[in-house]
Design a protein around this ligand. Sequence first.
Ligand code: ADP
Ligand code: ADP
Length: 227
Amino acid sequence: MIEFRSVRKQYDDGTVAVQELSLTVPAGTVTVLVGPSGCGKTTLLRMVNRMIEPSSGAVLLDGGDVRDSEPARLRRGIGYVIQQAGLFPHRTVRDNVATVPRLFGHGRREARRRAEGLLERVGLPSEIGKRYPAQLSGGQQQRVGVARALAADPPVLLMDEPFSAVDPVVREGLQDELLRLQGELGKTVLFVTHDIDEAVKLGENVAVLRQGGYLAQYAPPEQLLAE
Ligand code: ADP
Ligand code: ADP
């Protein structure tokens, strides 16, 4: 479970990105932060893995203040997926994913075996593993990004507009895949998008943010009030 307790963020230049805001993300669910560009979604997301510290208030993960965890340790339990998959261009797809189990001390062969299993999980055929990122479509690259984020088997996944850069048809496939994976793996997913349709499709709970960093609504999608 992720809890935002009266968090507020004011950047050094005076911009208030998030007003005092409280929100609970239940464990094992997909919760979506939705709203127009600049309303504070990314700021909130990055408070969870301590890329950004709140100016006041606290973020709790499973009841503990994230400030009590050293960032490197905290991030082992938190996968992070962004719009550009950020793959290493000079490594094959398989080795991009295998890097993570290698960091956890597994041998090369075991790491590759795990990477192959993960690529299969996100719906990529095994021959894709031998290619380099530039040889993949945008949608395939995002799948690799998801596989890499899952490689440490983190209980929490932060996803920041992960599918926004791919075309609508591919995006739908990726959304379906995420829902299927979520059904299998039961991660706690906090998902950022500016697309209300995507929010309604993916979210068990949807937090609607408004310009200026205000929380306008927080409810299951079927209970969201029409604006
Ligand atoms: P969103 O993800 O909803 O597009 P952000 O969280 O990225 O919104 O940004 C919220 C607000 O904070 C915006 O007005 C943005 O310009 C501002 N902002 C983001 N990062 C910084 C920063 N490092 N310094 C100053 N202002 C920032
Ligand atoms: P430490 O050295 O601090 O004890 P570990 O190497 O045991 O850290 O791993 C830290 C976290 O990463 C744990 O939550 C563990 O479950 C997870 N982890 C360890 N090895 C793997 C692995 N091969 N794949 C995925 N997660 C792993």
